[in-house]
Design a binder for this molecule. Structure first.
Ligand code: FES
Length: 121
């Protein structure tokens, strides 16, 4: 029997998507800084369109999703790619293009866009 401190054996299961990117598109009230103020919705749409144009979307491939606050606001705008759990801070469409063509398409992490590990809310 497992207890909370007992590690469970990892079970290899096929993933429905090979990679999944989530964009924080959180909007805060009263002008409080958030990813939505930094172009997150446009970045999400651009990523989705770019991935689609490259034939990356679909089962067994890539999924692009919006997310609420990912609680790493100080590094915003924020996106995270699973299963690698790689966190990105992007600035413009060229950054999104690089994430798509390098990481989403080929699994190559875009080191220059990594969110510093200590950055939180
Ligand atoms: S508002 Fe985007 S991570 Fe919190």
């Amino acid at each position: 029997m497992n207890t909370p401190d007992t590690p469970t054996a990892e079970v290899a299961r096929p993933s429905y998507y090979k990679r999944h990117i989530f964009f924080c598109t959180n909007q805060r009230d009263a002008g409080v800084e958030c990813c939505a103020q930094q172009g997150a919705a446009e970045a999400f749409e651009h990523c989705k369109a770019k991935a689609k144009s490259l034939g990356l979307l679909g089962a067994g491939k890539v999924r692009v999703n919006k997310a609420g606050c990912l609680d790493r606001c100080a590094g915003g705008p924020i996106a995270v790619v699973y299963p690698e759990a790689v966190w990105y801070t992007y600035v413009d469409k060229a950054d999104i293009d690089e994430i798509v063509t390098s990481h989403l398409a080929h699994g190559q992490v875009v080191e220059r866009l990594l969110t510093p590990p200590h950055v939180g809310r």
